[in-house]
Design a protein around this ligand. Structure first.
Ligand code: GLC
Length: 426
């Protein structure tokens, strides 16, 4: 683990002084909180938790993990399987609850006063067999980011379909390249072989009317003509309006190209909104967000439901303090701060009417309905097998995008693999 010993000692000294001042608690715990490092989540963490540290006398150190949720999942599973007590709290992806539930403390009783402040569907997504395994800290639903200035420059309307987006991206890319911007691209997104590609591809497939890979009743639906059409269309983007390297992009690589002013469109989560309007951003004030396009003749677009939660490890030896921190992070004060600092979508109903949030991060009230209608990945129907289902799906998609077999071939194979994985029941 990489945290500075010196900083820890200084913090311990500081917290001992504070306890002396507060007269409580009797023992100051030093907690470890593990989380992926996307955007400014790591830099902002100390300010986010400071009010809780000041109020309780406990301290918390964030242990940063790789940005990829798939890599985090692998590491967390190893730690939890080994019953490590080194980590007290885990920041967990919305899709993990059914798979990791056994390792976490049931928060139902502790959260009985704050759970009703959240959207019920989100609390439900973190409830497994009646056990509340994690508390929501923010939700996620992606947007199509676009350069308002460039759409105006080229007389292009905001695209409503993927086909319109493709044409608009090509027009703008051709124009910008002709003006000497050799590194300019039409569309950036997440094409690496990981969970983020599952999210992108689910959006293409669902928006084409091709289903949700595995339906809520457990039926394997992915091998169908609309899904095939969706993947074939996405393949045409690679090396035309999207760089070949997009097949290795995660969220932060896409944001890097976008935020340096080198893309007309980007698919990304709301965290990129605040960062894109930061003082160090080349696109500050030049972009807008709209819903992701629709596919083929299908009239509705699709946004994958994402989001993050905080869970308390069963193996923590400091559970009382850890639960107190989890409650703090899920409650109004911390969620508001996170919304203001990181443009993360809150899971607290009342904060969608908060005027400070609306003024600082207008995407948040604007995105309420998008998130409420977002499409869940099939983690609930596939239970403990979700991670394998997703890995097989993103592999089939990645192969198709790489020109390794056609969409029809790869989805036919995927259907067979998923059927075998399912066996008699998920
Ligand atoms: C975002 C989402 C998360 C998703 C991940 C994929 O972090 O909130 O749910 O799994 O992106 O890269």
């Amino acid at each position: 683990m990489s945290y500075g010993i010196k900083a820890r000692v200084l913090r311990s000294v500081a917290s001992i002084a504070m306890i002396a001042a507060l007269g409580s608690p009797a023992i100051a715990d030093e907690l470890f909180y593990v989380s992926g490092a996307v955007g400014r989540a790591v830099e902002n963490f100390p300010a986010l938790v400071k009010p809780w540290e000041d109020a309780t006398g406990h301290t918390v150190t964030m242990v940063p993990m790789p940005a990829s949720t798939s890599d985090q999942f692998g590491q967390y599973r190893l730690w939890l399987a080994a019953g490590t007590s080194d980590i007290d709290l885990f920041q967990t992806d919305v899709i993990w609850a059914p798979q990791l539930a056994d390792h976490f403390v049931d928060l139902t009783e502790a959260a009985k006063d704050i759970a009703p402040k959240h959207f019920p569907s989100i609390i439900e997504s973190q409830t497994v067999g009646g056990k509340l395994v994690a508390l929501p800290i923010f939700t996620d639903a992606p947007a199509l980011y676009y350069r308002r200035d460039l759409l105006e420059k080229y007389g292009v309307a905001v695209p409503k379909t993927w086909a319109e987006m493709t044409t608009a991206a090509q027009t703008i890319q051709d124009g910008e390249r002709a003006e000497g911007k050799a590194e300019f691209w039409g569309f950036v997104w997440q094409g690496n072989a990981y969970e983020g590609l599952t999210c992108n591809a689910l959006e293409w497939v669902k928006s084409h009317g091709g289903g949700q890979v595995v339906e809520p009743d457990g039926t394997i639906s992915i091998n169908n003509p609309n899904a095939i059409a969706a993947l074939e269309q996405a393949k045409t983007w690679v090396d035309t309006i999207s760089p070949g390297g997009v097949l290795a992009y995660q969220e932060e690589e896409a944001r890097g190209v976008w935020q340096t002013g080198n893309a007309a469109f980007m698919r990304n989560w709301p965290y990129a909104y605040g960062l894109g309007n930061g003082d160090d951003s080349a696109v500050k004030g030049l972009f807008e967000v709209t819903t992701l396009p629709t596919g083929g003749d299908n009239p509705t677009s699709a946004a994958t439901l994402g989001g993050w939660n905080v869970a308390v490890s069963k193996y923590s030896t400091k559970q009382e303090a850890a639960i107190s921190l989890a409650l703090y992070l899920a409650d109004v004060e911390a969620q508001k701060q996170r919304a203001l600092m990181e443009s993360n979508l809150t899971t607290i109903v009342s904060l969608y009417d908060d005027t400070d949030i609306a003024a600082a991060q207008p995407i948040i009230p604007q995105w309420k309905d998008v998130f409420l209608q977002a499409v869940p990945r099939p983690s609930a129907p596939t239970l403990g097998k979700y991670n394998e289902v997703s890995a097989k799906f993103w592999s089939a998609v990645h192969a198709t995008l790489s020109g390794n077999g056609s969409a029809a071939e790869n989805l036919e194979l995927l259907e067979l693999e998923l059927t075998e994985l399912k066996g008699d029941a998920w």
